[in-house]
Structure formats: structure tokens, C-alpha cells
Design a protein around this ligand. Structure first.
Ligand SMILES: Cc1cc2nc3c(=O)[nH]c(=O)nc-3n(C[C@H](O)[C@H](O)[C@H](O)COP(=O)(O)OP(=O)(O)OC[C@H]3O[C@@H](n4cnc5c(N)ncnc54)[C@H](O)[C@@H]3O)c2cc1C
Length: 227
């Protein structure tokens, strides 16, 4: 990185960066998916009305977005659910984390996903969206989500069913973003008056939106994550 870029980055980080502390890490088997509990003392979570994302520093000059879930307004703690199946700075970062580490983030922002005010809410995505939909469920209170999340590893599908007590089905992921598994699940669903949330792999989101536009779903809300 040249000196100008480094100076600009330092200025940017010095003005915006805040820190969080890693409290605990749970690793799924195989170890390509992580749940990380954080304390973010400077994060005011009390006004969150839609699902949020945090821009975290994962290497020098490199930031990745992750979704805070299971937050507690009083203690300012939350959990990030991070897929690390790919090779990239984000996945290397999460695999290197230890309890007691400090992390740097440069901001929290809203996504387009918030609870629907009527009708069923159906959530579709890949493993990167687990935290995102746990957050949507937390915001939705008693109005529970249903839906499908595409998961490649059989043991991860088992862990998903054991850990989360919600009406979201882990379906087998046979392609990059889970399009086929999710489409198969959707075919058996009544989408009348439903708000359908789509997130995750961007090309899959685009294809799913096209398919869903042909159904009786009332609204389709897409939030792309990665491509
Ligand atoms: C609003 C928002 C919220 C997000 N929330 C989360 C979250 O809570 N949890 C989470 O895990 N991710 C989340 N993501 C996605 C995450 O930021 C990206 O997947 C991230 O780019 C991965 O970073 P990386 O450095 O490991 O890989 P990159 O350097 O970005 O990518 C390296 C290569 O791996 C591929 N790739 C990237 N991600 C995956 C994947 N999951 N599976 C297979 N191939 C992949 C890319 O196509 C690329 O070829 C979110 C993204 C956004 C925009």
C-alpha cells in the first residue's frame, strides 16, 4: 500500500473506528462456520428497527460486512454468524480469532430487511444469512419466520436443526448460492400475501427474485451479500 493510501486510511480509521471484544467462539463441525460473541461497548442497539450490518476490519485496509444477531441492548453484546468456507481475508480473520481479542469496526448500517406489518414472512438464503435472519426474527417478536437456508454440509444441517428452534428448514446446497435447494422448497409453499426475504449470494438472489415474481408472493425484498 502506498504512503498516501496508508495515510488516508489511518485518518479514516482514526475518525470512525471503534473497538469490540471477542467474548466467546463456537465452531461448527466441519470448522467452516463460526459463531462469535462480542461486546461492543460503543454500539447503541436500542434504535434498531431493521436488520443491521457492521463493517469490520479483517486485515490492513480490508473490511467485510457481518450481521449482528442476538443483541442485548443493556449489555451491548451480540453474536456474529460467519461462513468461512471460502478463501478470503474475512474467512482467514474469523479463523484466527481468540477469546479476549479486540476487533475494529468502522460503522453500523441498516439493510433493507425489516419485519413485515402483515402476512407471512418467508426467509431464503445461504449460510451467510443465518445471523441476518436470526436478527429479523428478533425484530419480529412473536410473528415467526419460516423459510429455507441452503447448507452444503450434512453435519451443518444437523447442527442447524439442533441449535435453532425456529421454522426455517435447512435444505441441501448443491450449487454456489443454494438456488436449486431453495427453489425446490419454495415449490411446495403457499406464498399468498407473503413477504419473501432473499439474501446471500447475489446471482442466486437475482434468479430467485425472478422465480418469485411469478408466484403469488406479495412482496420480495432482496439484500445481496456476496458474489
Ligand atoms: C450487508 C451484509 C451483511 C453480511 N453479513 C454476513 C454474515 O453475517 N455472515 C457472513 O458469513 N457473511 C456476511 N456477509 C458476507 C460477507 O461480508 C462476504 O461473504 C465476505 O465478502 C466474505 O469475505 P472473505 O474475505 O472471506 O471472502 P472474499 O475475499 O470476499 O471472497 C473470496 C472468494 O470467495 C467467494 N465467496 C465469498 N463468500 C463466500 C461464501 N460464503 N461461500 C462461498 N464462496 C464465497 C467470492 O466469490 C470470492 O471468489 C454480509 C455481506 C453484506 C453485504
Amino acid at each position: 500500500m502506498n504512503i498516501l493510501k496508508q495515510t488516508a486510511l489511518n485518518l479514516f480509521e482514526n475518525s470512525l473506528a471503534k473497538q469490540g471484544l471477542v467474548l466467546a467462539i463456537r465452531t461448527w463441525y466441519p470448522a467452516t462456520f463460526y459463531e462469535v460473541d462480542f461486546h461492543f461497548p460503543f454500539m447503541d442497539m436500542s434504535k434498531w428497527k431493521s436488520v443491521q450490518h457492521i463493517k469490520i476490519k479483517v486485515a490492513t485496509g480490508v473490511y467485510r460486512d457481518y450481521t449482528p444477531a442476538g443483541w442485548d441492548v443493556e449489555t451491548r453484546t451480540c453474536t456474529l454468524y460467519i461462513d468461512a468456507i471460502q478463501e478470503g481475508p474475512g474467512s482467514e480473520w474469523v479463523q484466527s480469532l481468540k477469546e479476549g481479542d479486540y476487533v475494529t469496526y468502522v460503522g453500523v448500517g441498516s439493510t433493507v430487511h425489516k419485519p413485515a406489518d402483515h402476512g407471512k414472512m418467508i426467509a431464503l438464503g445461504d449460510m451467510t444469512t443465518i445471523g441476518h435472519y436470526l436478527a429479523l426474527q428478533q425484530l419480529s417478536g412473536e410473528n415467526s419466520l419460516s423459510g429455507a437456508i441452503a447448507i452444503a454440509e450434512e453435519n451443518h444441517r444437523i447442527e442447524f436443526s439442533q441449535y435453532f428452534h425456529w421454522d426455517i428448514t435447512p435444505v441441501e446446497q448443491t450449487d454456489q448460492g443454494g438456488f436449486h435447494g431453495i427453489t425446490k422448497w419454495v415449490q411446495n409453499e403457499d406464498l399468498e400475501n407473503a413477504t419473501v426475504y432473499v439474501a446471500g449470494h447475489i446471482p442466486t438472489c437475482v434468479h430467485l427474485r425472478k422465480q418469485l415474481k411469478k408466484t403469488s408472493a406479495e412482496t420480495v425484498r432482496v439484500q445481496g451479500f456476496w458474489s
